[in-house]
Design a protein. Structure first.
Length: 105
């Protein structure tokens, strides 16, 4: 079961990398970031497929999507110059609380 948590974590990392590459692809006008979007999303979805062998789809997808969303929001604020605000940070914390709630209940 631990292996599937590693797959899920790696899938989330690849999803976030793919999303960051989207930003740099500039509407698919930049070759390498555009290629990397497809590579990273392909890896991410491939790992998610493996995770679904052991996890319920509702739990696995919720974790994959919400952790990815929280990470990309943080990356946007920290590295990509997106505006920082308390409501954004609170919203990210609520996403994390929701993930924990799904896992616990």
């Amino acid at each position: 079961m631990k292996t599937y948590w590693i797959y899920l974590a790696l899938g989330i990392v690849f999803e976030v990398l793919g999303t960051v590459c989207m930003k740099f692809a500039e509407g698919f006008t930049k070759l390498w970031p555009s290629v990397l979007v497809f590579v990273f999303y392909g890896l991410s979805l491939g790992l998610l497929v493996l995770v679904l062998e052991k996890f319920q789809v509702s739990i696995a997808y919720a974790i994959w999507a919400s952790v990815g969303t929280a990470l990309i929001a943080a990356i946007g604020m920290i590295f990509l110059g997106e505006p920082f605000s308390i409501p954004k940070v609170v919203s990210i914390l609520l996403i994390i609380a929701g993930i924990i709630g799904l896992e616990l209940f």
